[in-house]
Design a protein around this ligand. Structure first.
Ligand code: PEP
Ligand code: MN
Length: 336
């Protein structure tokens, strides 16, 4: 349920109403927009007398939210969420480019890539230290050592780092990590989501291989229900019958998620296509349809990458993608 307050409502009046709603056993979420303040209520709202709330002098209207996701809902928070990450932000007017190797392989590899992607316009460095691999015999990542290497690259370049967590028991290793990634395979690992909800770290939540947008938003809700509102959604392709691409990039997810939710949405054209030469056109398309950012895999030697070489761009190819993305952004600005 949401209560839209009339313009000019004072902080004291908001406080009094919130306290009364809390005393009814509800969680209260206040969103101060440019015109209206919206009070969102989470919990069992069935006992709340809608007409009574609506009759209050400061209340403009009361609406029940039919969708099962509440905190992630655009109705709860009409303005776009903007999430601070290091000295950058994700969402709103800012554009994020997370770039780096699929897996952290060595210090030299990460340093070389980090410097190159930064020079080409990346705003964050990505790299997997804990890798979810289909085969248990494939490279599983450098784990804690991989995170140490990413932190060295962060120190050297100033780029915030994003890396995947697979097990909540590893959380202590992620203290200095700027954005914690929940990979597609763990999108519905609800115990992991609940643990991340207890932190205040920005979480990059990737859409599961065969999950609907509603399920993605319900997973975001798990994190937000714990009090962590710093969730970034990521469309990374879904599994279909097509075999020329690794997955099928669902770009309609971008405007739809923006309609349904206030959370930032980024697109990963690397895992979506699995094909390096398709990354540039899909990155441009993602920008054109309103993505708040991109996640792109870059490797200094894709032919010898320990993971996902076929979809990894060389630093030069990444620089071309970054320039093309800047042009599309410029064209979008002009057409406003
Ligand atoms: C990744 O980003 O390294 C990754 C494993 O992606 P996904 O979870 O989308 O497959
Ligand atoms: Mn990968």
């Amino acid at each position: 349920m949401i209560a839209v307050l009339k313009p000019g409502t004072t902080e004291q009046q908001i406080e009094n109403l919130s306290n009364w709603l809390r005393s009814q056993g509800l969680d209260v979420h206040i969103s101060r927009g440019s015109v209206h303040t919206v009070i969102g209520l989470v919990g069992d709202t069935s006992k709340i007398d809608e007409e009574l709330v609506e009759s209050l002098a400061i209340v403009d209207s009361v609406k029940r939210i039919s969708e099962p996701f509440k905190s992630a809902n655009r109705k709860f928070h009409p303005d776009d969420s903007v999430i601070s990450v290091g000295n950058t932000t994700v969402g709103g007017k800012d554009f994020t480019i997370m770039a780096g190797p699929c897996s952290v392989e060595s210090e030299e590899q990460v340093m070389e890539i980090a410097k190159a992607v930064k020079a080409a316009g990346a705003t964050m460095l990505r790299g997997g230290a804990f890798k979810p691999r289909t085969s248990p015999y494939d490279f599983q990542g450098l784990k804690a050592d991989g995170i140490e290497i990413l932190l060295k690259a962060k120190k050297e370049t100033g780029l915030p780092i994003v890396t995947e967590i697979m097990n909540a028991n590893h959380l202590s290793l992620f203290e200095e990590v700027d954005v914690i990634q929940v990979g597609a395979r763990n999108m519905q690992n609800f115990e992991l989501l609940k643990e991340l909800g207890r932190t205040r770290k920005p979480i990059l939540l990737k859409r599961g291989l065969a999950n609907t947008l509603k399920e993605l938003l319900m997973s975001a809700e798990y994190i937000m229900a714990g009090g962590n509102e710093n969730v970034i959604l990521c469309e990374r392709g879904i599994r279909t019958f097509e075999t020329y691409t690794r997955n099928t990039l669902d770009l309609s997810a971008v405007p739809l998620l923006h309609e349904l939710s206030h959370l930032p949405v980024i697109v990963d054209p690397s895992h979506a296509t699995g094909v390096a030469r398709l990354v540039k056109p899909m990155a441009m398309a993602a920008v054109a349809c309103g993505a708040n950012g991109l996640m792109i895999e870059v490797h200094n030697d894709p032919d010898h990458a320990l993971c996902d070489g076929a979809q990894s761009l060389t630093p030069d190819a990444f620089a071309q993608v970054s320039a093309a993305v800047a042009k599309v952004r410029g064209a979008l600005e002009e057409s406003k």
